[in-house]
Each structure stands twice: as C-alpha cells, then as structure tokens.
Design a protein around this ligand. Structure first.
Ligand code: MFK
Length: 556
C-alpha cells in the first residue's frame, strides 16, 4: 500500500470588494445612496480584477523587475530603463480606471476623494506597487492645480487623464546623498537659462524613474547677491525623441521590496527645469505634494493589511493541523482577530484623512477641518505604516514555513510593507511633523473637540464603557500636551513618537465607536466588538500612566 500524498491548497482571493465588509459598510455610512449606487458596480468590478487579471499582472511585474541598460549596442550612452509588459499594463489600467483622474474631476464634490481612494485601496495590493507612481502623480497634480502656469497647465491635464495614451506619471525627487529627511541639505542647484533653469546635482533615490515628469527641489539664486533659496522645479525627463535630457542613470537600486518599481540614482547635468510657484519656500510648496503621498501611504498600508488578512483567513479555512482547521483553533482565531482590529482601526483613521482632503480640495472645509487634516495626515501615515509591517509579519508567520518561501509570493507581504514606514517621512520624522503641526495650528484642541462631539453621539449601552475610556484618553492627551508645553522642546521631541501613537490610537477608538454606533442604528450585522476590544486593549494604558504609553513597535 502506498502512502496517500498530501498537497496543501494555496490561499485564494475572492472579489476584494465583496469580501471587505468594512469597506462596504464605511461607504454605506459616508456616501449618499445614489452616489454609492452609481459607483458600486465599478468598485465591485475592480474588486474582481484585484483577484484575477490585476493579480496576474502583479505577479508578472514582480517576476520581471526593471533593468537598466546604460549603453546601446554601439556604445552610445542611452540609460534606458526597461520595464515589463505587466508593469506598463498596470499603468494603462490605472489611467482607464481613473485612479488619479477621479480626484480632480470631482464629480461628487468633497466625496470624490473617498470614491478615488476606495478604488486605490482595491487596486494597490494587486499593483506591484504601481500605487507609488500614482501617489507621486496625484501629489504633482495637486501641486500644479495650485501653482500651474501656461507651461505646466497642459502637464496637469496629462497627469489627470483617463486616456492611457495621454496619461503621464510623475516622480518626486527629494532624496540626495545627504539624506531623505533633511531636504534643506539639498545640494542640487538651479542655474537660470533664459526664462527657464538647468539643474546640476545628484538624486539618490528617484522612484518610478520611467515617469514622464518629476517634481524636485533645487537651490535657485534669488534676486539678492549670493543668496539662494530652495525652490520647486518640474522636470520633463525626455525630449521629443525619448532621450533623457541632461540626466544620467547611475544605477537602479537593489531594494528589499517593491522590486517591480524602478528606483534609480541619477546625476543631473544641465537638466532643463521649470520653476513652480516662484523662487523659495520650496519645502512649504512641496509639502502640498508629500501630504498627498502620505495619504496614499496610509491607504496603501491599510490595503496591504487587508490583503494579508484575506490571504491568512482563506488559508486558515483550508489548512488543517492537530485535527481541525486553523480557523477553528481559538488561539489562531484570536491572532487573526487582533490583525483585523489593527486593519479596521487603521482603515477608519486613513479614510478620515481622505475625507478631510476631499473637503479641503472642494472648498468645503472649515478652518477646524483644515487643522485636523494637517494634524492627522502625519499621524495616519506613521501609525498605519508601522502597523502594516506588524500585520504583514504576523501574516507571514501565520503560514508557517510557507510564509518564508519566496515562490509562494508570501514573503513579499513583509518586504513590501517595510518600505511604508521609511519613505515619505520615517516614523520619527513624522512624529516631529506632528509637533510642527501642533505648533502651526490649533490642531490638538480642534481634534479633541471634534472627538468629544463624536463621542456624544455614541449612546448605545454596549458602547458606553468604551466611550468613557475614549474620553479619558482624550483628557490624558490634553494633560500630556499641557505638561509638554511647560517642559520645553527637548521633552516634546523625546516623547513625540509616543504622543503621535497615542493620538492615533485615540483617534482610532473614536472612529471605531462612531462606526459601531452607526452600525447598531442602521441594523448592520457588523458586531460592535471591534470598538470595544480596541478601547479595552489600546486605551487601557491611559488609565494607569501619567502620559501616553511607550510607542508600540509590534502588534499588541
Ligand atoms: C503607496 C504610497 C507611495 C508613496 C510613494 C513615494 C515615493 C517617493 C519616495 C520619496 O520621495 S521618499 C522622500 C520623502 N521625503 C520626505 O517626505 C521628507 C521627510 N522630511 C520632512 O518631512 C521634514 O520634516 C522636512 C523636510 C519638512 C523638514 O524640512 P525643514 O526645512 O526643516 O522644515 P521647516 O523649516 O520646519 O518647514 C518649512 C516650511 O514647510 C514651513 O512653512 P513656513 O515656511 O510657512 O513656516 C512648514 O510649516 C512647512 N511644512 C513642513 N512640513 C509640512 C509643512 N507644511 C505642510 N505640511 C507639512 N507636512
């Protein structure tokens, strides 16, 4: 008698819109029924694609990473970057699906950003990080929407086109050898050339170097003798014949993850560039761009968590150990629930910021909305990114050895997640940005007031103890900020990360409770346990300590 051979089924994905109860209930809560009725078939179709053709392109792009070809066969320097058919197909699909365009068409006014980011959330985890060029394109579009002139207006039209033949993407070149955080240390200079400029310098990380344009920083001479000001420039990478304009590609980066995404090291040697928004205030102007990419980062983080969880949950229903499915083991189920909680909380935080961005751009935002947007953008980015790594790590572990083997595709969950806390401002840099936001705006009192208002609407008996915990946490934040203000800058900076995490966790508690109250009132079948568990687990430390607890680095 021969032994029965056993082969484990791989995890499978189903329609990622239908499968996502939180996304669907959030959209039911936030969107008018006629708007949801209009966009839902498209979301459902995209959710289907995320599990079928997009997923196949994602795998193909990953298997065929970009290649730098420095010279042509006859020795001429060409610096071509060859990308796969799959990568280019992901670009076409992004245009056709309107993944950037929807944010600027504003067919649904202030709610257009929720529509757009819901689609991005479905697309991103099956896009082999095509979400990165889209993020920078969207940020550049917003910059040009605010600062366009006759030269750059047609470029805005390209960035926001739905026509794949006309659609352009943008890079964002901020990082130099001096670092990616302290951008004032930029060494690139802009030399006037008639009405335009020519750039000279080195850019150390330029993602999506196959984009048609890039937004970058360089020091330009002001009217004053010997004085230079950091300014924003727009670069068209190639001329009409497709040749790079004064740009040398030194090499492609060999990265831990995001391997389908071409990231290059460049030398700029007389690169023609167009000044955007006038001389100076480069950091403040480019912040328009990176605040958009930080929101993309937050949405990509929660989308990544959601994808990891979908795979883990499906696998747990197929895999048997110790006589039953993994899903039926209470400890495995508990771990999965903890991961889901992190994703749900992060989702509501990220989409709160998306909602505020939409209001700002539609001109519907109050001064308080703007203060909350400024505060919650770095909070959402830093928190969701960190937790995306924790969830991805837990997900990989949930598959046992299979999670550590490359051809299962699973290790990528972790490799790709690890970039999220790094690019677009590291956790510490963004924690300091939270302090900057608090200094520049009345963001904290506004956030506290808004949160307390929302908690007033949480009336269900089941939620009241949790709501009280959230109130105490809000008070602890206020007390801590007051103490920090007395102790000075060093104290504030030392505790900035803990403080930012504490804001994030409290915000998540408020938004989970608000969602749970709505679900109860609307007869949704979603249990309120996410909100109550969150408040019990993530706010408990506020009750025992004088200030926010040390920042968590891993899933609790
Ligand atoms: C799926 C997701 C895909 C994402 C794709 C991304 C791929 C691209 C990869 C990259 O490019 S990674 C590199 C990204 N680099 C960063 O994000 C920079 C990180 N560093 C910071 O954010 C630093 O905090 C900062 C550069 C802003 C510090 O610079 P400064 O010059 O020391 O800032 P300063 O002097 O405090 O502020 C200058 C002005 O900018 C001030 O305005 P005013 O001139 O009016 O006073 C600030 O208020 C303003 N500002 C700074 N940060 C701001 C901001 N305004 C609005 N929002 C912000 N976040």
């Amino acid at each position: 008698m021969t032994a029965v051979e056993f082969f484990q089924d791989a995890p499978r994905l189903t329609n990622q819109y239908d499968d996502d109860t939180l996304l669907r209930s959030y959209l039911r809560r936030r969107l008018p029924p006629d708007m949801l009725g209009e966009i839902e078939p498209e979301l459902r179709r995209l959710g289907g694609r995320a599990a079928t053709d997009l997923l196949a392109l994602d795998a193909a792009a990953e298997a065929n990473p970009p290649r730098h070809v420095p010279y042509d066969p006859w020795g001429r320097r060409i610096d071509a970057i060859e990308t796969s058919d799959a990568w280019r197909a992901l670009d076409r699909i992004a245009a056709e699906e309107g993944l950037v365009a929807i944010g600027y068409e504003r067919r649904h006014g202030a709610l257009s950003r929720i529509d757009q980011f819901a689609r991005l959330y479905l697309y991103a985890p099956s896009s082999s990080t095509y979400s990165c060029p889209l993020a920078m394109t969207d940020g550049a579009a917003r910059l040009l929407e605010l600062y366009a002139d006759d030269v750059t207006r047609p470029i805005f039209d390209h960035l926001t086109s739905r026509d794949p033949e006309r659609f352009w993407t943008s890079g964002q070149w901020m990082t130099e050898r001096t670092g990616g955080s302290d951008v004032a240390a930029t060494s690139t200079i802009a030399i006037p050339d008639g009405d335009e400029y020519r750039l000279h310098g080195t850019k150390w990380f330029t993602s999506a170097t196959t984009s048609q344009i890039a937004v970058t920083l360089a020091y330009a001479r002001t009217g004053m003798a010997n004085e230079r000001a950091l300014s924003v420039f727009l670069v068209r990478l190639r001329d009409e014949d497709g040749a790079l304009q004064g740009i040398r590609v030194n090499r492609l980066k060999d990265k831990l993850g995001t391997r389908a995404l071409p990231t290059a090291e460049l030398t700029l040697d007389g690169t023609p560039a167009h000044l955007v928004g006038g001389i100076g205030a480069g950091v403040r102007k480019i912040a328009t761009l990176f605040n958009v990419t930080r929101i993309y980062n937050a949405v990509a983080s929660v989308a990544g968590m959601r994808r990891a969880i979908a795979l883990v949950r499906d696998y747990a229903s197929r895999r048997t150990a110790f006589g039953k499915r993994l899903l039926d083991h209470p400890l495995h189920a508990e771990t999965l629930t903890a991961m889901e909680l992190e994703w749900q909380a992060g989702f509501l935080l990220a989409f709160e910021v998306v909602d505020l961005l939409g209001r700002q751009e539609a001109g519907d935002a109050t001064a308080d909305d703007l203060a909350r947007l400024r505060l919650l953008t770095p909070v959402a980015k830093l928190y969701t990114a960190k937790q995306a790594v924790a969830v991805a790590s837990e997900a990989v572990e949930s598959f046992g050895g299979a999670g550590y083997v490359e051809d299962t595709g699973l290790p990528r969950l972790l490799r790709d997640a690890q970039v999220l806390p790094i690019w677009e401002g590291t956790t510490n840099v963004l924690s300091l940005d939270v302090l900057r936001a608090l200094e520049k705006t009345n963001g904290l009192p506004v956030f506290l007031h808004d949160s307390r208002q929302r908690l007033c609407a949480v009336r269900d008996d089941m939620l009241l103890p949790s709501s009280n915990r959230a109130r105490s946490a809000l008070q602890a934040l206020a007390d801590f900020a007051e103490r920090g203000a007395k102790q000075g800058k060093d104290f504030a900076e030392q505790h900035a990360r803990s403080f930012a995490f504490a804001i994030a966790r409290t915000a998540c508690a408020v938004y989970l409770l608000e969602h749970a109250q709505w679900a109860i009132e609307s007869g949704e079948r979603q249990p309120a346990t996410a909100a109550t568990r969150w408040c019990a687990r993530d706010l408990a430390h506020f009750e025992n300590t004088e200030g926010p607890a040390p920042s968590p680095l891993l899933l609790g």
